[in-house]
Design a binder for this molecule. Structure first.
Ligand SMILES: O=P(O)(O)OC[C@H]1O[C@H](O[C@H]2O[C@H](CO)[C@@H](O)[C@H](O)[C@H]2O)[C@H](O)[C@@H](O)[C@@H]1O
Length: 385
């Protein structure tokens, strides 16, 4: 995707006023401040509040009970499968659904309009992995992508610069996707690497582009060990080491144990104010407080491609998670391209369009690749020089 995929950019250092900031809709859950030595290129700063949504803030209780309740509330809120299935939707639910679909229509239904808007511009594809290219499953180590999806992504990557942007560690998501011609932004964009022809992907360190949180590696490893130890008494809990960030999965934890798990995570994190907690789909995500996310990764990749100040670029970002909202927002702010949210349920989002599930994502990608193929073929009767 870049003119020079072999460039290595190191992070700049600045002193940071650490904060753990969490909003549920955009997902910071827990906030505390502390002064710490330099740890990253930039930082968030914060006061002592927790926030359930962009508009709702709670004052912290000294004993932390309100905070745990807020965590558990937001863990529930991030479990949309709890919503009743469509056949039993009430009139009110139907109205909500229809109104949401008016604002976020299906990208398949709007395919021609999307293509029209992209005319004369370079489409650049950004694809989230879990829940977008692969269906959500109980075991995060078995979230395999189908061969049909892999073939489709390969075809798309031949037509447009394409990046996978995932919360997972980069080598793990590469292990699922197994396509060397793509860009990969792992650890929520904190580990970016360009295309490689080398079949041994891990050894090809020359094409690493950006790792803005490398100073956090020892801390992340330490917190990983502590979380594994602390949560082992909670059946079903699973801690995943995503290199520059961590995931604490509660998909397989009984709901009555969620509060206990939140308490365990909180008790570890209290000693690490340099880390913040965000939420995904039945997962608590822990990452450095640096101002870097999937949106920044999108901007970085566009810049690497030479599209920073261009009016003729058309980024399309497809994702299902709260962490993808950072990228949807950037796309909106740039006024270029579109975000597409993968969801069966109405959700607050900055995406413009929606798709219901990975099979629809595949369908959309196939149509996009077919359109591109047709658009470069000569018209019938037209001579090729
Ligand atoms: O940015 P993504 O590629 O969407 O990664 C976000 C998290 O995805 C994975 O967890 C999610 O998918 C699992 C497998 O389907 C599922 O079991 C889990 O409940 C989901 O949250 C991944 O395991 C996490 O590390 C990523 O942060």
């Amino acid at each position: 995707m870049t003119n020079n995929p072999n460039v290595v950019i190191s992070e700049s250092k600045s002193s940071i006023n650490m904060a753990i900031t969490v909003t549920v809709s955009n997902s910071s859950i827990f906030q505390a401040t502390a002064q710490k030595p330099p740890a990253g290129p930039s930082s968030t700063t914060g006061g002592g509040y927790i926030s359930i949504s962009r508009s709702t803030k709670l004052v912290q209780q000294p004993d932390g009970r309100a905070r745990i309740k807020t965590w558990v509330d937001s863990m529930r809120a991030s479990s949309p499968s709890r919503i009743k299935p469509t056949p039993s939707l009430s009139d009110h639910d139907h109205d909500n659904n229809s109104s949401w679909m008016l604002h976020h229509p299906s990208a398949l239904d709007m395919f021609d309009q999307i293509i029209d808007a992209s005319k004369g511009k370079q489409i650049v594809m950004f694809l989230d992995y879990d829940g977008t290219l692969s269906p959500i499953v109980d075991d995060p180590d078995r979230a395999f992508m189908s061969d049909a999806m892999r073939k489709t992504v390969k075809t798309v990557a031949r037509s447009f610069p394409t990046a996978i942007v995932s919360g997972r560690r980069r080598d793990k998501v590469y292990g699922f996707v197994r396509l060397g011609e793509l860009y990969y932004a792992g650890s929520h964009g904190m580990d970016i690497k360009g295309p490689t022809k080398d079949s041994n992907y891990k050894k090809c360190t020359q094409s690493v582009l950006f790792q803005p949180a490398s100073e956090f590696l020892p801390m992340i490893d330490q917190v990983y060990k502590e979380l594994v130890e602390k949560t082992k008494s909670t059946p079903g809990a699973k801690v995943e080491n995503n290199k520059f960030c961590l995931s604490v999965h509660y998909r397989c934890v009984e709901e009555k144990k969620w509060s206990e798990l939140a308490q365990q995570v909180k008790s570890v994190l209290k000693d690490f104010p340099q880390l913040r907690l965000t939420q995904g789909r039945k997962v608590l995500e822990i990452r450095p407080t640096i101002k870097w996310d999937k949106g920044k990764a999108l901007e970085f990749l566009l810049e690497s491609l030479g599209f920073n100040n261009c009016s003729d670029v058309f980024p399309v970002y497809i994702g299902d998670d709260r962490t993808d909202e950072d990228a949807f927002k950037i796309i909106r702010e740039r006024g270029q391209g579109f975000g597409i949210l993968v969801s069966k349920f109405p959700k607050e989002t900055s995406a413009s369009y929606s798709l219901r599930e990975p099979s629809e994502v595949m369908n959309f990608l196939q149509r996009l690749a077919e359109w591109k193929k047709r658009s470069i073929l000569p018209l019938p009767g037209q001579c090729q020089m």
